[in-house]
Write a protein that binds this ligand. Sequence first.
Ligand code: PAF
Length: 309
Amino acid sequence: MKIVVVGPGAIGSLFAAYLSKSKEEVWLLDKDKERAALLYASGISLEGVSGSWQSKVKTTASPGDIGTADLILICVKSFNTKSTIEEIKPILGPDTKLLTLQNGIGNVEIISELAGEERVLAGVTSEGATLISAGKLRHAGRGETVIGAIDGKTPVQLRQIRELFNKVGLECKMSRDIKGLLWSKLIINAGINALSAVTRLPNGKLIAYEGTRRILRDAVTEGARIAKRKRIKLIFDDPLAKVEAVCENTQDNFSSMLQDVLKKKRTEIDFINGVIVRLGQELGIDVPANRFLLDLVKTIESSYAQQTQ
Ligand code: PAF
């Protein structure tokens, strides 16, 4: 199987490094030519919960080097999904599957529209990874990855992917309810990411202080209320307990949004708390904690140039 991981961020690099342990042909596609050359030469080095190890991953900036892929893992930021799908069209064959492992809501729809719904698989991962610099990764916490197909079926490719992930050490399960899965991850990200970006705290510390505990609880409860109104079944019965457990299991991790803010980069806020705020307006449900987090992160993003550090 030819597997392409698109996006050399924390999750993309983590999956590329783990999958390179298999016998499959694994590529990492990075649109930045210089960084791709660096990663090709020096590989990806990891430290953290999985020990210290090094992985050689074939990296390129040019889809033409790769040829037709069997499986493509989409690990780019949600606001880059559209342009990424356009860029990878040359490596799509008739049977190529696209598995999105991105945060937020909206990616499945974009990929389906541009590449065809029949190709799309979606997954959520609770693996915690922090990119220290290009190709240097801290595997800060282990968590399972759950994957599914849009139509709720479990085609042979989906089972093969689950087996492959498990074989290389990425704990993986299948689900028949992708919507429930993506919304469950949305609730986790809505509780953790913006709050950690604003406070600059690692995930574990968000539940160590009364104030952040309360905001986290409110953001999660509001998100769960929207999901309920939309008749989306979350994969856990107690959303707050689940989000707190993710904070504990990935306690040293800097959430992806905190990593973005520290690098003064655009965040995925519109695809996370922004989705809850938009739906809250549509459905007439008050979501003040999500509104507050959305406003703060938007302000941080727009004022990078004025910030002291
Ligand atoms: O976006 C993230 O950082 C991750 O999805 C998670 C699970 C919140 C861990 O940091």
